[in-house]
Design a binder for this molecule. Sequence first.
Ligand code: HEM
Length: 172
Amino acid sequence: MQLWNTAERYGLVSKLLHWGIAALFFVQFVIGDLMDDDDPSQLGLHTSLGILLALLVLIRIPVSKLQTQPAYPPHMGPWECRLADLMKMALNLGLLLVAAFGYLAITTKGEAPLFFGVAMPVLIGENDMLHEFFKEGHELLAWLLLMLVGVHVAAALKHHFIDGDDVLRRMH
Ligand code: HEM
């Protein structure tokens, strides 16, 4: 299996990043929904995985930009290709935004976010009003991102089962 993308397929690096980030996203959603916010070990796990997820996205963006992108199938019109590009950008930005809001929700509570036990910088200090804003925003953005992921998955399945092209297969 080739390491880097070609005009036909995604390479191993893109696949590992894509499926690693996707798995972490779903795990984070479940933990975030079920956890007790007042339990430091549960919040610590959610924070650590969230920071890891953001770091992986920050690695994916340049790694993706520096590589060839597999070409879209010929049946896709220019506006569909544009929309697909916009969707990928929105998913990456959405992940970063959710993570940033979560991070700031912790610092505005007056705490340092812990990355697997290591204290991270407090960028904006204690502020009750901002804490409410970032906490509510984190939750709202996470749900919006989940809806966007739903559209993304539906599009991948449409390509596979209705259009019969290789868009889903080349990410496997
Ligand atoms: C079961 C879940 C998922 C499926 C079936 C799926 C499917 C796919 C497929 C087929 C592609 C390639 C599209 C193309 O060739 O143009 C792709 C790319 C992409 N997906 Fe997903 N995806 C899933 C989950 C996610 C999640 C949870 C995220 C982020 C929140 C995500 C973000 C992206 C991004 C950013 C790309 C572009 C990757 C790159 O340029 O290296 N996907 N996905």
